[in-house]
Write a protein that binds this ligand. Structure first.
Ligand code: MRU
Length: 360
């Protein structure tokens, strides 16, 4: 399986997604600050992957701490958590993973565990977040495969693949699941300006897997649908609000509107760690704005003239009424989302209190 991120002794290793597909190089982060920088600069990106990176970065930072007492360690721990939380604002998986690490720290400290025991507990939790994410993606793949047409012509936007997760992918997990289930699948990958995650990363992953892939520029999706060449759309998510409104890579909203116009089912694939019941609707999701240079330049070449103002939101919000279903590791959630998402989390909570499973 494609190695997105791994902990190796005193480093967190990640494939440099800025360099793909031209170069396959790995970045070795030796400190929590280096992991935070890697998230901010998009060495690693994609909602679940940045959650895993933050958890591993926290565990790494604390592993390297010279603090001998729990109080000093706690101060360092919360400082590192803040550093991770300040990297990117939209994907809720980041904050979900940090919260899980905080809960483990608090429980270990409360139980009077030693500094070494706390370090071990944080290492274990970060690895668990990683491993659970792979398992969730596989489950999403199996559930999602059921709604993919037998002869599927799938459009996807951005990269919600192995690279955006601990492995296998969410939207690409559904595509992989459909292929594994024996369905005929061809994929259209939106190039996804400005950072080109579709052209660079999705196409790279799918071609490696031998899945027929056609890259289109973002403005071609409408014509493609009008010609009847797409019968299924699946995308990932960075944050799903309590009413089902979904933030994902900029351009997703346009794809959803086009899918509705052409009667094509539009699905979102995301783990429960992407669902944020504390955010009531899409208008409350913080949308990251990134550097203007991502828009004015392509691969270092300036395209737009000096003096033009630039707007560069990294995400947009697709209203819940455009979404046919949300494919999760627990099954496919259907509208009305305000009720079905609430029920999903109530069932999860009941399961935890019954002593099964582990969720933050
Ligand atoms: O800015 P990015 O590349 O981190 O944005 C990624 C996306 O929008 C993905 O679609 C989303 O995080 C889901 S990844 C499984």
């Amino acid at each position: 399986m494609l190695p997105t991120i791994a902990r190796e002794d005193d480093t967190v290793v990640m494939i440099d997604q800025r360099k793909l597909p031209a170069e396959e190089v790995y970045v070795r982060c030796k400190t929590a600050a280096e992991v935070a920088r890697a998230i901010r600069t998009m060495v690693i990106r994609g909602a679940p992957a940045i959650g895993v990176a933050a958890a591993m970065g926290i565990a790494l930072g604390i592993r390297k701490s010279k603090s001998t007492g729990t109080q000093k360690l706690a101060a360092e721990f919360y400082r590192i958590c803040e550093q991770m939380a300040a990297t990117r604002p939209t994907a809720v998986n980041l904050f979900w993973a940090i919260d899980r690490m905080k809960r483990v720290f608090a429980a270990a400290a409360k139980a009077g565990h030693s500094v070494d025991q706390i370090k071990d507990a944080l290492d274990r939790e970060a690895q668990a977040i990683h491993d659970e994410d792979v398992a969730s993606c596989r489950a999403m793949g199996a559930f999602g495969a059921e709604v993919v047409p037998a002869d599927a012509r799938i459009l996807t936007h951005c990269n919600a693949g192995a690279l955006a997760t601990a492995g296998y992918g969410t939207a690409l997990g559904v595509i992989r699941g459909a292929v594994e289930a024996g369905k005929q699948v061809v994929v259209f990958a939106d190039e996804t300006r400005p950072f080109l995650q579709g052209a660079r990363l999705t196409a790279w992953e799918l071609v490696r897997d031998g899945i027929a892939t056609t890259v289109i520029t973002d403005n071609m999706a409408g014509a493609l649908m009008h010609q009847g060449r797409v019968n299924f759309v699946v995308v990932g998510a960075d944050r799903i609000a309590a009413n089902g409104d979904t933030a994902n890579k900029i351009g997703t909203y346009g794809v959803a509107v086009l899918a509705r116009e052409h009667g094509i089912p539009f699905y979102v694939a995301a783990p429960l760690s992407t669902i944020d019941l504390n955010t009531p609707d899409g208008s409350r999701i913080p949308i990251e704005e990134r550097n203007a240079k991502e828009v004015t330049h392509v691969a270092g070449t300036q395209l737009a003239p000096e003096g033009a103002s630039i707007w560069n939101p990294a995400f947009d919000v697709t209203p819940h009424h455009l979404i046919a279903g949300i494919i999760t590791e627990k099954g496919i959630i259907r509208p009305p989302y305000a009720e079905s998402l609430k029920r999903l989390f109530e069932a999860e909570l009941a399961l935890q209190h019954g002593g099964h499973g582990h969720r933050g």
